[in-house]
Design a binder for this molecule. Structure first.
Ligand SMILES: [Zn+2]
Ligand SMILES: [Zn+2]
Length: 346
């Protein structure tokens, strides 16, 4: 009798597949890694071989340099590769450009490791595809019923309203460099904002990478040079760590905005000196997590990291066996961005 643990089991390095001899998103260097997406807690440099989508390989190359791995193996969405009788397929996760769920099939059993994911529409990446499975491995970054992300267009509407209300001030938006920044820019374009958007230099390379992969960002310019007044009424997108540092002083009386699922917590926004919290997240909120589990009805639900208890309890109440893996080493980018804000002197 096969158990799911014979196919995928949690180890200190990450999720391991014994028959296929590979790890998924290992936090330490290993011989063979399958990487779900480019965020630094999942995609680390130094593995022997990295199997990932072409987009994720491109992101890793951009962030870590050409020698980020010994060997690259690109696997497009929907393609399958076999190793020792284990089939691996990458399926869109809807989290950031190139993000994939890892579908592992062996002897009639299917385990899906979702990586980070969300269900709502995101024009910068392919939408999450549900795959029926025996075990679904989920994150739970926002795994509490208090976390309900509002409609993203509505949040961007708040930003545009503020821009109209304060034409003499600059609007400085803190957004994580991989995924969030490009999503905010794209949402602004969808809302009809066609002016030049100014960007911090730290976002340039990933913005260009997104455009190479077909994501249209519209007119962008470096947020440097010019006089202070030139930025009155303009929108500037920057990594969260630059929001409270000297760099921000070049803009006229900036309205500080921060795009993160954590902005649901008002006290957190206040502590960080965020004047305009924008609740825009690349992670599933409580409704998306529970909806996904309800859609899939897997034989078992494994929860890697985040707020595991509430989701595990919800699954059990709905007749699905749940197990909290409490994997360490996955600090989500929205958490990290939030911490970066805190680290800066106010
Ligand atoms: Zn992520
Ligand atoms: Zn993550």
């Amino acid at each position: 009798m096969l158990r799911p643990e014979d196919l995928i089991c949690p180890k200190p390095e990450g999720l391991y597949c014994p028959p296929g001899e590979f790890y998924i998103d290992p936090v330490r260097p290993v011989d063979r890694a399958v990487i779900t997406h480019g965020h630094s807690d999942h995609a680390r440099a130094g593995h022997g071989t990295v199997l990932a989508t072409p987009e994720t390989l491109d992101i890793m190359h951009e962030r870590y340099g050409a020698d980020f791995t010994g060997r690259r193996q690109a696997l497009a969405y929907g393609e399958t590769i076999g190793r020792n009788g284990v089939d691996v397929t990458l399926v869109p996760a809807g989290h950031v450009l190139g993000s994939a769920q890892v579908v592992v099939r062996w002897k009639g059993m299917t385990v899906v490791a979702s990586g980070d994911y969300k269900r709502r529409r995101d024009p910068t990446c392919a939408a999450f595809e549900p795959v029926p499975c025996d075990v679904f491995i989920t994150e739970a970054t926002f795994g509490l019923p208090v976390f309900r992300h509002p409609d993203s267009a509505q949040e961007v509407g708040k930003l545009l309203h503020s821009v109209a209300q304060f034409p003499e001030r600059a609007h400085l938006i803190g957004a994580y460099a991989l995924g969030k920044a490009q999503r905010i820019i794209t949402l602004l374009r969808e809302a009809g904002y066609d002016r030049t958007i100014y960007v911090h230099g730290a976002l340039d390379r990933l913005n260009r990478l997104y455009e190479r992969h077909g994501v249209r960002l519209g007119p962008l310019a470096a947020a440097t040079g010019g006089k202070k007044e030139d930025f009155a009424g303009e929108i500037i997108v920057a990594p969260p760590s630059s929001l409270n540092d000297r760099w921000a002083r070049r803009f006229p009386d900036p309205v500080t905005a921060f795009a993160s699922g954590w902005m649901r917590v008002r006290a957190r926004a206040r502590q960080r000196g965020v004047e305009l919290p924008l609740i825009v997240s690349d992670h599933a909120d409580w409704d998306e997590l529970t909806q996904t589990v309800a859609d899939l009805r897997p034989g078992e639900l494994w929860i890697t990291h985040g707020r595991e208890e509430a989701l595990a309890r919800w699954a059990e109440l709905n007749g699905i066996r749940a197990r909290a893996l409490a994997l360490v080493g996955y600090e989500d980018e929205e958490d990290a961005a939030d911490a970066a804000l805190e680290a800066e002197p106010a």
